[in-house]
Structures are given as structure tokens and as C-alpha cells.
Design a protein around this ligand. Structure first.
Ligand code: ADP
Ligand code: MG
Length: 773
């Protein structure tokens, strides 16, 4: 072991020499200079001092001041400088995969090293980490997973939890576990980092831990709310002189028409937005339902106009547009690319910022474009805090973000565009003032902004706790409700009880709240229990292929595109896939399989185009499928691709596995002669959630039946419903895959808006039910 130690010392010496060379190179010098220019650098000594004297330190500072990239490096440098080869092992968690990867890459580059030398990363099913890695960026989930096998984090010297202000479920969970761990590991150091200033909350949670604020400098940002935007942009719509900018005669005519059309479109978008102006008067309940009202109303055309306005009238500077999600970003990007000005690559560099960005794309986002080209970046709320684009001068804020929400009463999660908080709006605004005074265009009236909540509700208080409960159990952290009561802001008891009850019903916990075999397996799968159960059953029953597609599809996003101007066409394209099986899930399977076939013949894109499918999403599903397969193989549930697909052609079996996964969120439609009823095994009565549509009272059984009748007549029986009550427990014996259809409950994925569309199309008077033969 003396020899081993020598070798280790030698290696670290080599590495240090290499680093010195880099630091002396001109590139290295420039990088050093940049690093020293960051606000965090001035606080370096104070930070290191506080960390050495206290077990827990809370660090806050304006986004971009150098918390994420610098602080872990300061610790690394001070530890390695302190004494030759002093050992340190720093783990820095990030809420998102992309930030863990991007930050690791950036930090390695700042140090002139390869990724995987002293700096590495690890995210779900992927990583880059070597023997000499001392600073590891990982997702919060990865650290939790490590705690599963290594309760005391043996060998780790520093844990840095980044972006704690986001209050994700995993982060809140991690804090409880770490708080528990600290007394057992007195030499372990914990640093909490946050962008906005609610540091007191975290400090007092850790018994008054010292807080260090990194003062940053941002330029003032002027806010424009919808009222002002209309004044500046709305009026400029009418005079055609603006069109001269586009030149040519023919273009002029087309533009005139387009502008007219757009003007009416814009008017309706504005009307929608102004409808929301009465926002403040609504009760919290209605406000909640308003929050999922008309996701299209962020108004692509309005955004287009604002962007045009900036490009034509304003000074140079990049534009950052906050959108709700990837689908929106793609759709908007398509629209803008068709625009004569915004789609002209010699004048505008249009970029989308997303989770699976290649690093070449990333560089484009961070770099200043050449010459007079204006950079426009379309991003989700990820660009609020975890990444910083320096040259942004203009921010366009749609006011919404996708958020998983959960109501303890109906026990169904859904991912919906929701109004952001005032803190988030402030954060978005702040992005415009990095290099010079900026402008922020909020696409909603000021009164809507004033009605935003101060902070976003922590995820722990708004999402189902099922996966979390499994983790608590597999980490052997004792009673679930007792453990969760120690959270920073503990969830409602009802939500906790619901989750425990659910896990008992699906057989993951026994009566005494102990993990069953199923529960153990589920806790090893990084998906919701219902999806995990599908994977496990799919492996056991050797029909894994289609199940992998379903689960991957449900965990990525729906690959079926619904462009709002071609909704009917898109829906009929989708219906082709589900016509035979009456199932959304199986439609996904068929669409995916069709795509794989088309890919073989190099016609994947054409296939997607024809069928309103997103090639990008299908690719993501494909890669996730592979990852799930390897995971199942690692756990020992499957051997090889052939044997686990022996029964993959058996539609009945597949439906059974899907239903078993969704259980108890299912019920059966019973067709009798001319009547149809919706039955659960015990009480047979199913209520639709009244929140489905505040204007329609569809809470009565009869109303529900008319919906069901309509759906059945449309051959759409699966994946369409959200129910008001949790299903009773005794559905295990429900016959599945027979002529009686199956309805799944919850699952988000637009069920609400789909149902609303269906209801609207049915004119609320669904056609008579036709008995299917
Ligand atoms: P914080 O965590 O405080 O928000 P960061 O440490 O992420 O700040 O970033 C500090 C600075 O480093 C930012 O101003 C940003 O400009 C720069 N930076 C970070 N990542 C990159 C990157 N991948 N490419 C170029 N510059 C980057
Ligand atoms: Mg950061």
C-alpha cells in the first residue's frame, strides 16, 4: 500500500504540473483573469474561512456571480494547496441533469483539464468520472441514490447543495437526510447555495448556520407589462412604413396580408391576457384553475411581434425568451424560422436551450454571435438561475412555467403551465441586466403580476409523495410520516397518508409499512411507482418491448404534436394509431414502432412529418428505452432482448400489464345493450373531478356517462380521464382487454385539455352510443 500511495502522490503531482503549464499559457491566463473578475472572487477568503470554521454555511448571490463554477473550485484548490496531496472529495449537487453536465464541463475547461480528471459529473445513467476525480457534479437524485448504499457518505469531505431556493422535492428530502447525517460525520462540511435571498429560512433550519452573501452588480432593468407593450407594439402594427424594412414589392404585399392576419391574432391573444386582468378578484381555487387555462394564450404572435420590435427598433443585445416547455419552444421556433426577419440567419441567430443540448450547441448559446447578428435564445425556466448567458439585454417573459401540481384530494399529478411566482418573475427580469441596463417584456398585465404568489410552493407540498416514501423506506429512515415531519416545510398529513395508502394498495409496502420485494425493486427504478411496476411486470411476463415504449413515452413527453392551427389534422393522424386498440398507450407503441421501421429505411423524418410526430421526442424515447433496459438488466430482472420479448406481440397481455401498473387508477366500462356504465368493482360510482372544467358541471354520474358514451363512440377509451376520487381497492380482478374498454386515471399528459376539447366537440351533447361489435 506504500507503493499505491506513492503512485497516487505521483499522479497528483503530474496533474498539478500539467495545471501549472496551463495556467501559464495565454489561454490559461485569460481564463484566470475572467475568474478573478467574478464577484465571488472577492469573497473567496471569507467563504473558505467560514467553511473551515462551520459545518454548515449558506451562500447566496446574484445569478452569474460565480457560485456554482467558482466556490467548489476554491475548496478544491485550497485543499490541494494546503498540504501536498491532501485528500478532499467534493460533491456538488444540481437540480438538473443539464446543469450538472454543463457546469462540470465548464469547470474542467476553466482548469485546462479533461472532464473526468479532477472534475467529473454523474447524472442518471450517465457519467464521466475518473480515479482522480475530487470534485463531482451530480444531480440531487444521484446523491440520494449513493446515500442508499453509503449512509455516512464515507470519504466525502464536502457536500454542496446548489440552487436550494428552487425547493425541488429531492433537494428538500436531501436536506432532511443531511441534517440527520451531520452529527454522525462532524468533519463533513455542508454548503448550501441559493440565488435569491431567502437564506434565513435555510440558515435557521440548520440551527442558525452563518450566511454569506456575495454582493453582485446588475444594471437596472426596465419592466414593460402588457399594457405598455401594446402601446409600443400594437400601434406600430398599423402603419405600413415598417414594412419598407423588408424591401421587395412582392414581399410587401405578403407582409401586408400577414400583418393584418397577425393583427387579429394578436388581438385575440391580448384579449385572453386581458381576461386574466381580473385575476386578483378570483378566489384561490379559481385562480388555480385559471392557471391551467388556455396554454396557447401566451400568444406566439405576440412574442413574434415583440421580437420583431426589438430587432428593428432597439439597440444591439441578445434576447432571452422564457417559454413553458420544449413543445412550445419547438413550435415557436418553427414559426419564427418562417419569418422574413427573425428567420433570416444573416440577421438573427435563433437558438433553443434544452436539456439534451450537445456541447457545440451550448457554445453557441454562451458565445456572442459575429457581427451584427442578433442572438435570440428560447429557453424554459432553466435559464432563470442555473445557466447564465452574459450578453442578454432583452428578456421576454411569458409569465408561465410548467409545474407538476398535485391535489391531495384527487391524488393525480399533472404537468401544466402555471403562472410563475413574483420571485421567478424578478429572476427572469434580472437576466436582462448582466452587462448593461436591460429591458424586460412581461407578456401579461401588471395586475396579473401583482397577483402572483411571492414564492413558488415547494415541490414537496404540491406533488405526490409516492416515490419519496419508497426512498425513505429503502434508506431505512424509519416511519415515513415522522421523517417527513422534519422537513423544512412539512407536507400535509393527508398527502403523506395518501401516498402510504397507495403504496400499500399496489403492494409496495405491507400493512406495517415495510418494503415488500416489489417495493425494493421499485425503489431502484428512477420512475414513478406506477411506471416502475409496468417495467417490472413487463420483464416478468416477457413482453418488455412495448412496455418500455409506454413507460419511456410517459416519462419523456407525448411525441404526438398538436400544433394549434392544425389540431384537427393532428388529431386524426393520431387516431389512426389508436383506431384498432382504442388506447393512447398502444397508439404510442404503434407510432414508435412505425418510426423505427421508417428509420431503417432512412425515412424517419418524413414519417414524423406525415404523422404529426416529434422526431426529437421519439429519439429521446428511444434512448430512454435503452437506458431502462440496461437498468432492468443490472437489477437482474431481464437477461436478453429476445427472451424478454417472447410475448411482445400479445396485445391482451400488454394491456393487462399497463392496467396492472395503473391500478388502482382504473375502472372498466361495462357495455350492456344500449347502456354503458362505469364500474369499479365495489361501489361502481365514479365521479369526475369538478376542476376538470370550472364552467361545466360534470360531477354527476350522468354527465360522466355522456362523456364516456361519446368517447366510446369515438373509440377512445383509454388515458382520457381524471377522476375525483381515488379508485377503490378491489379492481384486481377486473377483466382487462375484453370488449369492455379500460380507462386510466390521472397521468397528466393533457388529459384535462383533451377532455375539454372532446367535450367541446361533443357540443356537450354527445352522440348516442353505438354498440360495438
Ligand atoms: P452562479 O452559480 O453564481 O449563477 P456560475 O458559477 O454558474 O454563476 O457562472 C459564473 C460565470 O461564469 C457566469 O457569469 C457565466 O458567464 C460564466 N459561465 C458559466 N458557465 C459558462 C459556460 N459554459 N461558458 C461560458 N461562460 C460560462
Ligand atoms: Mg449557479
Amino acid at each position: 500500500s506504500v507503493v499505491a500511495e506513492r503512485i497516487l502522490q505521483r499522479r497528483s503531482l503530474d496533474m498539478r504540473n500539467r495545471q501549472q503549464d496551463w495556467q501559464e499559457s495565454s489561454e490559461g491566463q485569460k481564463m484566470q483573469e475572467f475568474r478573478r473578475s467574478l464577484p465571488a472572487y472577492k469573497e473567496k477568503e471569507a467563504l473558505l474561512h467560514a467553511i473551515s470554521r462551520n459545518q454548515v454555511v449558506v451562500v447566496s448571490g446574484e445569478t452569474g456571480c460565480g457560485k456554482t463554477t467558482q466556490l467548489p473550485q476554491y475548496i478544491l484548490e485550497s485543499e490541494t494547496e494546503a498540504s501536498c496531496g491532501a485528500f478532499c472529495s467534493i460533491i456538488c449537487t444540481q437540480p438538473r441533469r443539464i446543469s450538472a453536465m454543463a457546469v462540470a464541463e465548464r469547470v474542467a475547461a476553466e482548469r485546462g483539464e479533461n472532464l473526468g480528471d479532477s472534475v467529473g459529473y454523474k447524472v442518471r445513467l450517465e457519467g464521466m468520472k475518473g480515479r482522480d476525480t475530487r470534485l463531482l457534479f451530480c444531480t440531487t437524485g444521484i446523491l440520494l441514490r449513493r446515500l442508499l448504499v453509503d449512509r455516512n457518505l464515507q470519504g466525502v469531505t464536502h457536500v454542496i447543495v446548489d440552487e436550494i431556493h428552487e425547493r425541488g422535492m429531492n433537494e428538500d428530502f436531501l436536506l432532511i437526510v443531511l441534517k440527520d447525517l451531520l452529527p454522525r460525520r462532524p468533519e463533513l462540511r455542508l454548503v448550501l447555495m441559493s440565488a435569491t435571498l431567502n437564506a434565513e429560512l435555510f440558515s435557521s433550519y440548520f440551527g442558525g448556520a452563518p450566511m454569506i452573501h456575495i454582493p453582485g452588480f446588475t444594471y437596472p432593468v426596465r419592466s414593460h407589462f402588457l399594457e405598455n407593450i401594446l402601446e409600443t407594439i400594437g400601434y406600430r402594427l398599423t402603419p405600413y412604413n415598417q414594412i419598407d424594412n423588408y424591401g421587395q414589392d412582392k414581399m410587401w404585399k405578403m407582409q401586408k396580408q400577414a400583418l393584418r392576419k397577425r393583427k387579429t391574432q394578436i388581438a385575440s391573444a391580448v384579449e385572453d391576457a386581458l381576461d386574466a386582468a381580473d385575476f386578483k378578484k378570483y378566489s384561490p381555487r379559481t385562480r388555480e384553475s385559471l392557471s391551467c387555462w388556455n396554454p396557447d394564450s401566451i400568444g406566439f404572435n405576440l412574442i413574434e411581434h415583440v421580437l420583431c420590435h426589438i430587432c428593428q427598433r432597439e439597440r444591439p443585445g441578445a434576447i432571452l425568451v422564457f417559454m413553458t416547455g420544449w413543445d412550445d419552444i419547438n413550435a415557436l421556433k418553427d414559426q419564427l424560422e418562417a419569418h422574413p426577419l427573425l428567420g433570416d440567419p444573416s440577421r438573427v441567430l435563433l437558438l433553443a436551450c434544452h436539456g439534451s443540448m450537445a456541447s457545440s450547441e451550448q457554445k453557441l448559446i454562451f458565445n456572442k454571435p459575429e457581427g451584427a447578428v442578433r442572438k435570440i435564445v428560447l429557453a424554459t425556466n432553466m435559464a432563470e438561475t442555473s445557466i447564465t448567458i452574459n450578453d442578454v439585454v432583452f428578456v421576454v417573459d411569458c409569465g408561465k412555467a410548467k409545474e407538476t401540481s398535485y391535489d391531495a384530494l384527487n391524488n393525480t399529478p399533472c404537468l401544466l403551465p402555471t403562472w410563475i411566482s413574483q420571485a421567478a418573475a424578478r429572476q427572469r427580469r434580472g437576466r436582462a441586466g448582466r452587462v448593461q441596463p436591460g429591458e424586460c417584456y412581461h407578456l401579461y398585465p401588471r395586475c396579473v403580476h401583482d397577483a402572483f404568489s411571492d414564492y413558488q410552493l415547494p415541490e414537496l407540498l404540491r406533488t405526490p409523495l409516492q416515490s419519496l416514501c419508497l426512498q425513505i423506506k429503502s434508506l431505512k429512515l424509519g416511519s415515513i410520516s415522522e421523517f417527513l415531519s422534519k422537513a423544512l416545510q412539512p407536507p400535509e398529513l393527508l398527502s403523506v397518508q395518501n401516498a402510504i395508502e397507495y403504496l400499500k394498495i399496489i403492494g409496495a409496502l405491507d400493512e406495517d409499512e415495510n418494503l415488500t420485494m416489489l417495493g425494493k425493486n421499485l425503489s431502484m427504478l428512477p420512475v414513478e411507482p406506477k411506471l416502475g411496476k409496468m417495467l417490472i411486470l413487463g420483464s416478468i411476463f416477457n413482453c418488455l418491448g412495448p412496455i418500455l415504449t409506454v413507460v419511456a413515452g410517459l416519462s419523456v413527453r407525448d411525441p404526438f404534436l398538436m400544433p394549434f392551427d392544425k389540431k384537427d389534422l393532428a388529431e386524426s393522424a393520431k387516431a389512426q394509431f389508436s383506431a384498432r386498440e382504442f388506447s393512447d398507450h398502444l397508439a404510442l407503441v404503434r407510432a414508435f414502432e412505425g418510426w423505427k421501421e421508417a428509420e431503417k429505411e432512412q425515412s424517419g423524418y418524413e414519417y414524423c412529418w406525415r404523422n404529426f410526430l416529434s422526431a426529437q421526442t421519439l429519439k429521446a424515447i428511444d434512448s430512454l428505452r435503452k437506458q431502462f433496459f440496461h437498468l432492468l438488466k443490472d437489477i437482474g430482472l431481464v437477461d436478453d432482448i429476445e427472451s424478454c420479448n417472447q410475448w411482445s406481440h400479445d396485445q391482451h397481455l400488454i394491456r393487462a400489464v399497463i392496467c396492472a401498473g395503473l391500478f388502482p387508477g382504473i375502472c372498466s366500462i361495462v357495455n350492456k345493450e344500449k347502456s354503458v356504465s362505469l364500474k369499479t368493482m365495489e361501489d361502481g360510482l365514479v365521479l369526475l373531478h369538478s376542476l376538470l372544467d370550472p364552467k361545466l358541471d360534470i360531477s354527476s354520474h350522468d354527465d360522466l356517462l355522456s362523456v364516456v358514451r361519446f368517447l366510446v363512440s369515438q373509440d377512445q377509451c383509454e388515458g382520457r380521464f381524471v377522476f375525483g376520487r381515488q379508485m377503490p381497492t378491489s379492481l384486481q380482478k377486473a377483466k382487462i382487454g375484453e370488449q369492455t374498454g379500460t380507462l386510466s386515471v390521472g397521468g397528466g399528459h393533457n388529459s384535462k385539455s383533451q377532455l375539454q376539447t372532446l367535450l367541446a366537440r361533443a357540443g356537450h351533447q354527445p352522440p348516442m352510443y353505438k354498440t360495438k361489435q
